[in-house]
Design a protein around this ligand. Structure first.
Ligand SMILES: [Zn+2]
Length: 75
């Protein structure tokens, strides 16, 4: 049986917003939001983005706000 290679895991938190100690996520910060979504504009899930539940929820709200003011496309 082939050995499964261990994926390197960062010792500190995986969530980028926790690392920055972000209290809120700005919906106008497009560069940051677009790193968490595909080129088509679909938001990545928590597994893919590595965000914690709390910050993923904040990202979701920020993306919805950005969509409503036409900064990001609806998919
Ligand atoms: Zn977090």
């Amino acid at each position: 049986m082939a050995k499964r290679k261990k994926t390197p895991r960062p010792t500190k938190g995986r969530c980028r917003f926790c690392r920055d100690k972000a209290k809120a996520i700005d919906y106008k910060d497009l560069g940051n939001l677009q790193r968490l979504m595909s080129s088509q504009g679909a938001l990545f899930g928590r597994r893919r983005s590595g965000n914690c539940a709390r910050h993923q929820r904040m990202v979701k709200v920020a993306v919805k706000r950005a969509r409503s003011v036409a900064l990001l496309p609806y998919v």
